[in-house]
Design a protein around this ligand. Sequence first.
Ligand code: NAD
Length: 358
Amino acid sequence: MSLGVTQHVFDELRERGHEGLWFGSDPESGLRTIIGIHSTVLGPSLGGTRIRPYASDDEALFDVLRLSRGMTFKAAAAGLPLGGGKAVIIADPERDKTPELLKAYGRAVDRLGGAYVTAEDVGSTVADMTVVASVTKHVSGLPIESGGSGDPSPATAHGVLASIRATSEFLWGTSDISGRVVAVQGVGKVGAVLAELLADIGCKLVIADVSASSVEKVEAVTGARVVGVDEILFEKCDILAPCALGAVFDEISVPRLDCTAVVGSANNMLLTSEDANRLASADITYVPDFVANAGGIINIVEEFHPDGYSWDRALVSLQKIHDTTRRVLEEAAGSGRGTLDAAVFLAESRLRSGLVGV
Ligand code: NAD
């Protein structure tokens, strides 16, 4: 008998350097999950649970492979004692997400014995993770009152700010960004906090969001200038901070940008890695997204501290993003490599040595 899929899966694992994949099924609750463990070289693989009604098993597999590998690089570049993993559940989060399904998923995570630690992601919430935590201890990002680190978004925003300051030091010789013009695309959970932090330190803000109510709230608090969602990327500014969608930079958008640097939280903001070269050719300093947006996982790591989670300690740890940004920008300038290559090189050298802080 030939299922015809085995070779294809092993090719994919080898190609991307994955340690393993785990397929879980529970017909009673309707659970269909794939857990991808990309690397445990630096520590347990950590990554969120994405719940989506994927059109095919192949699409779900592709997502888990891509996202789990991305987590390895994010953790390694940030200098964290963590590996990269991710889980997908093939289900409609609006319709199929029952406590039974979440518990069956939690039992699947538990069987991996801590090689994979889960968290929330698109389609799953902190409340869902509380249900998962009723059957496994390998869950992070739980509410603060349950001993977790809570919503990671404020930490992500503080991390982006640290990265913007480091970029300012590199470009303009000072971490003082008061008076700088920063354009924020998307003022959701991360973008709104970032906008407030920037306004507090005297930046001139330009914002846009598809949600009129989000824009209104942030405009009222920060006094930001509001522009249309089709204009924000092309505003004249010192720093462009994409905090909404992925794939915003491509061969059409990059030539129209009017910024000096790109530093934001949006995951996978480049359509392809070639767009990093396009940004460099346009003389725009690009801080790779996985460097600037690592605040969420840095915050989560604080849960594993022997004294328990502390926001004050997390705020100190978030400054690692400042140091990583400086290191990547300086390494790129010194070596002639692009910033994306420099960040990947940093992560790969930590993975090769198996050492976190080198
Ligand atoms: P969110 O959904 O709370 O906010 C995104 C905002 O972008 C929303 O307000 C949405 O209305 C807006 N938006 C959508 N399309 C837009 C468009 N075309 N133009 C302008 N605005 C648009 O999400 P979030 O948690 O703030 O995350 C923002 C980005 O940062 C995402 O790419 C996410 O993957 C990434 N990220 C978030 C975290 C975190 O801790 N939340 C961590 C790492 C990376």
